[in-house]
Design a binder for this molecule. Structure first.
Ligand code: SF4
Ligand code: ZN
Ligand code: ZN
Length: 314
């Protein structure tokens, strides 16, 4: 029997190839919670009296993060923890996720809010996909492209409506490194400077976004949820088909298997690159349609652009 290298008293149930640690159930869970605490401190993610809004999709990462933050919040009586779920309107998928998110919030005593694409933008994602197919043909984008842009906006609006100081997202180490590489692959170099543990928010144009799980590998967020007996949705979204992200994921998994710790190294490298890049408020204009920020040189944001093309705005 392999014993836990932390307490030496219980059987190890998890081996970290990148550090050599062998952990029992209790020490594994504590180590995840401590890593989140250390990440919050390293990046100065939260203040003692912040109103923290957690984006909870119902998947293992966001629900797991909510549980960890609820534990941490107990030590900060002046802080407030809230949760928001975005209902994109994906039939046969999102309903279960919303129910799971609500169940976890009620278990933890966390106030839960739901905002839908339908109420914010006038269309559900299913309707957007159908409309795009019908009226945009060759110009239409993938469901994930619409969903990603609209969900980012929905979360920003939720944070503003609820007067949250910070928005916490459940992205784990694998997600963040994949996104760094995808930004490179898409030539979206600007995003390298503003994406990471904390999304840079110069000029206060966006709600501050933090990723307290950014130093926890996906395998470990999943195992944490399993060990803590957390209920989460494991069904995959019917639109999930980002071929490039899948290729990047497969390549990174292979890299990590052969060279343990590579994900952390890639993460730190991209962080350094990000700090070398210029990033300031000048890169944004204000959208003439909705008043939200849009890219420099444009006067319409991507949300309004999408909605105009889909015939929702004229
Ligand atoms: Fe949205 Fe794509 Fe994620 Fe489905 S897989 S929830 S469509 S971003
Ligand atoms: Zn132990
Ligand atoms: Zn706009």
């Amino acid at each position: 029997m392999v014993m836990c290298s932390f307490c030496g008293r219980r059987e190890a149930v998890f081996i970290r190839a990148y550090s050599g640690e062998k952990l029992c159930k209790k020490c594994f869970c504590t180590s995840i919670e401590n890593r989140v605490r250390a990440t919050i401190a390293e990046y100065d993610m939260l203040k003692f009296d912040d109103k923290l809004l957690v984006a909870v999709s119902g998947g293992k990462d966001s629900v797991g993060l909510l549980h960890v933050l609820a534990r941490i919040e107990k030590n900060f009586p002046k802080a407030t923890l809230l949760a928001v779920s975005i209902d994109e309107g994906i039939k046969g998928y999102r309903d279960e996720a919303l129910q799971i998110a609500a169940e976890n919030c009620s278990l933890l005593g966390v106030e839960h809010h739901v905002l839908s694409f339908k109420e914010l933008f006038g269309l559900q994602l299913d309707e957007i996909v159908q409309k795009a197919e019908k009226i945009l043909s060759g110009e239409r984008l993938s469901a994930c492209a619409y969903c990603g842009v609209l969900r980012r906006r929905a979360l920003d609006l939720a944070a503003k409506q609820l007067k949250a100081d910070v928005l916490a997202l459940g992205h784990n180490l694998d997600d963040v490194v994949q996104t760094f590489l995808l930004n490179v692959a898409h030539g979206d170099v600007d995003r390298l400077a503003r994406f990471g543990a904390v999304s840079v928010n110069k000029g206060g144009m966006f709600v501050r976004r933090v990723r307290p799980f950014c130093l926890v590998p996906e395998r470990e967020t999943a195992f944490y949820a399993y060990l803590r007996g957390i209920r989460f949705q494991s069904v995959v979204c019917p639109y999930a088909s980002d071929a490039l992200r899948n290729d990047v994921r497969v390549w990174l998994n292979k890299l990590e298997q052969r060279h343990a710790g590579s994900l952390f190294t890639v993460f730190r490298s991209f962080e350094k690159i990000g700090t070398m890049m210029p990033w300031d408020k000048k890169r944004f204009n204000v959208c003439r349609g909705c008043g939200e920020p849009c890219t420099e040189g444009k006067n319409t944001c991507m949300v309004c652009e999408f909605l105009e093309k889909l015939g929702v705005l004229s």
